[in-house]
Design a protein around this ligand. Structure first.
Ligand code: 3PY
Length: 253
């Protein structure tokens, strides 16, 4: 049985004291909700990881970085390795977010290296895929998403792939306030599961959690999560307020 997951992506928000406060609030809310069937993940900036790991109860909340380096260690000024991330108590890393692909030039080849580093350091990966508006308007969205899977992940063995959580984030719905309709989300998630079945077989495809991301919030979460192939959400802006984030977690329960 695949997991229901709600993961927050704080992006580049919150100073350290603000992040600590938010993590404390989320920890209290999740404790009160009592939803062991939902895996809750906080994707914080690098500088928060170690502190937030100490604050939250690891039985109910896991911690994730939002990126890691392509290399293991060495003269790479400003980079943070997967081993460093793991040493903070973080168990997850978000890779391939469209903001990293478009603003920082992360190609499929770069992501292959980051995925390898993350797996070598026992990190679970939330791997983001999704098309831009022009690709959807040209009817190429399925092709684009399939190629992101093939070129970024399909080098993995079935065992390695079991450490992947997918997040479908249509780029035109990120930070724009536009959300894919429930039907568009389900259509793409079902397509992704079909592609996974063809590559890894039915069991792995059925066990892979596929999250929806892109302006998912407390108002639309219920409807999005009611789809059979939408296993949860990767939440941007709405993860920055403990109340909104906990409403989304409750919607997934
Ligand atoms: C969003 O909801 O805008 C996101 O990009 C989540 O990763």
């Amino acid at each position: 049985m695949r997991k229901k997951i709600v993961a927050g992506n704080w992006k580049m928000n919150k100073t350290l004291p603000e992040g600590i406060q938010l993590a404390e609030e989320v920890n209290e809310k999740v404790k009160a909700l009592q939803v062991p069937e939902v895996k809750v993940i906080l994707g914080t900036p690098f500088i928060h990881l170690a502190e937030v790991s100490k604050i939250v109860d690891p039985a109910i909340i896991s911690i994730s970085a939002q990126n890691c380096a392509t290399e293991a260690s060495g003269a790479y000024t400003g980079e943070i390795s997967a081993a460093m991330v793991a040493s903070t108590g973080s168990t997850h890393v978000i890779l391939g977010h469209s903001e990293r692909r478009s603003y920082y030039g992360e190609t499929d080849a770069i992501l292959v290296k980051k995925v390898a580093q993350a797996l070598a350091n026992q990190l679970e990966i939330i791997f983001c895929i999704g098309e831009v508006l022009a690709e959807r308007e040209a009817g190429k969205h399925f092709e684009v998403v399939k190629s992101q899977l093939e070129n970024g992940l399909f080098q993995l063995s079935p065992e390695e792939f079991s450490h992947i959580i997918l997040a479908y984030e249509p780029v035109w719905a990120i930070g724009t306030g536009k959300t894919a309709t429930s039907a568009q989300a389900q259509e793409m998630h079902a397509f992704i599961r079909k592609v996974l079945t063809e590559k890894y077989g039915k069991e792995i495809a059925e066990n892979t959690s596929i999250l929806y991301g892109g302006s998912c919030n407390a108002k639309n979460a219920d409807e999005l999560f009611s789809n059979p192939d939408v296993d949860g959400g990767l939440i941007g802006g709405a993860s920055l307020k403990a109340e909104d984030f906990s409403l989304i977690i409750a919607a997934r329960a």
